[in-house]
Design a protein around this ligand. Structure first.
Ligand SMILES: Nc1ncnc2c1ncn2[C@@H]1O[C@H](COP(=O)(O)OP(=O)(O)O)[C@@H](O)[C@H]1O
Ligand SMILES: [Mg+2]
Length: 356
């Protein structure tokens, strides 16, 4: 079976016939949504393939926002004239959780979304340990903060939740206080300065301490979700190495929501992970892995392929192919089409992706 969508993104060649393979994620005749998942072991060419998607999209006037945990995509994004930001405490950028949420939704809906985002963030900052009572206290503190800043010139900030939490739940207040002062406060407790509105944009999390990555990803993802609901351009939201993030329930929920809802806004969620087994181990992770109309499955060890066989209904032959796939070889599932593909780009494009 071939796969050659007119105007589609050139991915490479069929391993069986050497015919060119082109896939158009936004072609609704073939694909129920424009989402893409790339699952393969480390070093198999996932980030390279994401780069190929960003490049092909840019050539068709479509945007991409790349959340880049390893800071690998900078040279590509710069070559495309995009904005690239290295996020870290002291980098000058601030992410204010109170400024996420869809601005065009009514006031009560927006308040509810922002308060939910604050509860999620504080939960992630507390290592996912908030119990129901603590969540209720954070909810009340965030609601109070929103009420108090009404009519003022500044947005509510995380620090506005501190005083009420000190009385109600000192444990949470102690953790939160760390993120409200010093370099961490500059990152989390100031009005948002994040600007990634360029059609092609990337944000590197490489310079962030590991413990800050989930919280920062949550805020960046919330911010991007607000952006795509505002500006309605065809765009890929690209999350490289998403598997580890999915260990955090709020991030898993957000990604699941993005996977399910982004089609309405002309947006495509693109995820890559080397932890396919971890992703498929939870119900929400399974949505993130199996909802995409386009899936590229690359080389894996057999422990992982048994889970993938069930999730994607692979034949024994397809499963064996994954266990012996070389770097750059993927089984492509695109709508109801399935074929083994070697991801291969013209020399100029290869130089852009491999040079980074
Ligand atoms: N299809 C491909 N053709 C040529 N080189 C590739 C291809 N895929 C990956 N590479 C190269 O192999 C290395 C590992 O690829 P990478 O995309 O970083 O793997 P992963 O993200 O799966 O860990 C990189 O140096 C990359 O440039
Ligand atoms: Mg990678």
């Amino acid at each position: 079976m071939g796969c050659d969508d007119p105007g589609g993104y050139p991915l490479g060649r069929s391993l069986a016939t050497a015919a060119p393979v082109r896939v158009d994620p936004f072609d609704t005749a073939h694909h129920a949504n424009a989402n893409i998942a790339v699952l393969a072991a480390s070093g198999q060419g996932k980030s390279y393939t994401l780069g190929a998607i960003v490049l092909a999209a840019a050539a068709r006037g479509r945007g991409s926002a790349v959340i880049d945990p390893e800071g690998e995509h900078e040279s590509l994004i710069s070559a495309l004239g995009g904005d690239f930001l290295r996020l870290a405490p002291g980098c000058g950028t601030a992410l204010n959780v109170f400024e996420t949420g869809a601005l065009d939704e009514g006031e009560p809906a927006r308040r509810a979304e922002v308060v939910a985002a604050v509860v999620d963030l504080v939960n992630v900052l507390c290592g996912g340990t908030l119990d129901d009572v603590e969540r209720a206290h954070v909810d009340a503190a965030a609601t109070g903060a929103l009420t108090r800043v009404r009519g003022r010139r500044r947005p509510a900030l995380l620090g506005d939740c501190l005083e009420p939490l000190r009385a109600a739940t000192p444990r949470v207040a102690t953790v939160l206080a760390r993120f409200c002062t010093g370099p961490l406060g500059e990152l989390f407790n100031r009005p948002t300065t994040l600007r990634l509105d360029a059609p092609v944009a990337g944000i590197s999390l490489r310079d962030l301490h590991d413990e800050l990555v989930p919280a920062a990803t949550l805020l960046v993802a919330e911010w991007l979700w607000s952006l795509v609901r505002k500006d309605r351009m065809q765009r890929h939201l690209v999350f490289d190495e998403v598997g580890l993030l999915c260990a955090h329930p709020p991030l898993r929920r957000l990604l699941t929501q993005l996977a399910r809802r982004c089609r309405k806004y002309g947006v495509s969620l693109v995820v890559a992970t080397q932890n396919a087994g971890d992703l498929l181990a939870t119900e929400e992770g399974t949505v993130v892995a199996t909802n995409p109309a386009i899936v590229l499955l690359g080389g894996h060890r057999s422990a992982e392929t048994s889970r993938m066989q069930g999730a994607y209904g692979l034949t024994d032959g397809q499963r064996r192919m994954l266990e012996s796939a070389a770097r750059g070889e993927f089984l492509v599932l695109a709508g109801d089409r399935r074929l083994p593909v070697r991801v291969e780009l013209p020399a100029l494009h290869h130089a852009l992706l491999a040079g980074g």
